[in-house]
Design a protein around this ligand. Structure first.
Ligand code: C5P
Length: 402
């Protein structure tokens, strides 16, 4: 999955012959899962039609502060457009537009949006070789870089003028991979390996029955997806659950019992930097599993249970262990129990849920958590979607491992 998936991208197109390639760039961005809004300079309209870019981006293309023929005075709000973008790409960027970006010479909508945008800006210059080499263009590159803008180097080759040299806009595919790689290398969990346990465990009684719980696996799946999007390589070990967690950075292992989860965790734990144990593991399992379905006989049935290994505590006891995050679901004296659990299991962070909180717990799409650390510092979070809770948990982890 591309890091651009779900991102809002403003594509600024200026008046150079390479503008025709912006249509290919729009397609690639949309294919990568981004929402794209195109803004053109008046000169760009000479090279490519707004209809082409509107059709490909599935969004209206803007080039004026008010739309042509509009008598209602509806204004293309450059501030709103600028804030909408998670990133802005200007491709092709002419020498003229770049010099105005340097000086703040705002005489069209694209320049107004550029000056209003707070997001990262990528610039793909395109011009003839002598214009590219000119000190004023080199000065623009330096200045724009000093503003924090990222220049995507132009390529060497045949130019529209018939000359050959540096100045060709990078190909749309190159622009896409340049931006993806640049974003990926800045991801806070890039290069980290994360192990996550999730879902319930089922402890068989006989071939058809088991002891289980209502955990859905949604919280663990949300954590896996969020960690993957932040650049981590994730190993998700999940008990019986239909929840999906699909991302190229996630490798999923399905297990059924606590013992299987324990075995899988210990297959991976020495290779990971962070372990998050969100699974609702059965504390006990039947001592023996009947070969055949147990028949109804007496009015009572006794099943002897034996203790399952505590996966979190076992990892907490390791000499060399990853940064460790446990979960605790409590029903009363929540904080007191959570502090004791964090200490006993040797967690770096403990995520506390209370059954007394509405909007928290098994099967729901929302959760309400309090996160405590080794120094017993607590942060209480509002009820929110499990995706947003996953972001909060990972942000706390990132802060701590810095
Ligand atoms: O002791 P309690 O079950 O409340 O602890 C909850 C935390 O311990 C969770 O992070 C859970 O995933 C983990 N746990 C475990 N193995 C067990 C029991 C709980 O990893 N057998």
């Amino acid at each position: 999955m591309s890091v651009l998936s779900g991102k809002n991208i403003i594509l600024g197109v200026t008046g150079g012959i390479a503008a025709y390639k912006s249509s290919i760039l729009v397609r690639l961005l949309v294919k990568a899962g981004a929402a794209v809004k195109v803004i053109m300079t008046p000169a760009a309209l000479e090279f490519v039609t707004p209809l082409t870019l509107a059709t490909l981006s599935k969004n209206p293309v803007h080039h004026l502060f008010t739309e042509e023929g509009d008598t209602t005075g509806v204004w293309n709000n450059h501030v709103e457009l600028g804030l909408w973008g998670d990133l802005m790409i200007i491709a092709p960027a002419t020498a003229n537009t770049m010099s105005k970006m340097v000086t703040g010479g705002i005489d069209n909508l694209l320049l107004a949006v550029y000056c209003s945008a707070k997001c990262p800006v990528y610039i793909a210059p395109a011009m003839d070789l002598d214009m590219y080499k000119h000190p004023s263009t080199q000065h623009s590159f330096e200045k724009l870089s000093s503003y924090g803008n990222i220049i995507i180097p132009a390529g060497d080759g045949e130019l529209a003028s018939g000359l050959s040299g540096k100045g060709r806009m990078a190909e749309p595919e190159e622009i896409l991979s340049f931006i993806e790689e640049d974003i990926e290398k800045q991801l806070p969990l890039k290069g980290k390996r994360v192990l996550i346990t999730a879902g319930p465990t089922y402890e068989p009684i006989d071939p058809v029955r088991f002891i289980g719980n209502h955990s859905s696996g949604k919280m663990g799946a949300a954590l896996a997806l969020e960690a993957a999007q932040l650049g981590a390589l994730v190993t998700l070990i999940i008990g019986p659950s239909h929840v999906e967690a699909v991302h190229s950075n996630i490798s999923r292992t399905n297990v059924m019992t606590a013992q299987q989860m324990y075995d899988q965790v210990f297959n991976h734990v020495d290779k990971v930097d962070i372990a998050i144990f969100s699974a609702a593991v059965a504390d006990y399992r039947p001592q023996s599993v009947a070969d055949q379905k147990i028949k109804k006989k007496d009015s009572t049935l006794t099943i002897e249970l034996v203790k399952n290994p505590d996966i979190l505590a076992s990892v907490g006891a390791l000499k060399k262990r990853p940064f460790l995050v446990g979960f605790a679901l409590e029903t009363e004296n929540e904080l007191e129990h959570a502090f004791a659990k964090a200490e006993k299991k040797n967690c770096d962070l403990l995520v506390l849920n209370s059954t007394r909180d509405k909007g928290a717990g098994f099967g729901k799409d929302t959760n309400k958590v309090t996160i405590i650390d080794r120094k017993k510092q607590t942060t209480v979070y509002e009820t929110k979607s499990k995706q947003l809770v996953a972001k909060d948990i990972l942000n706390e982890i990132i802060e701590k491992i810095k």
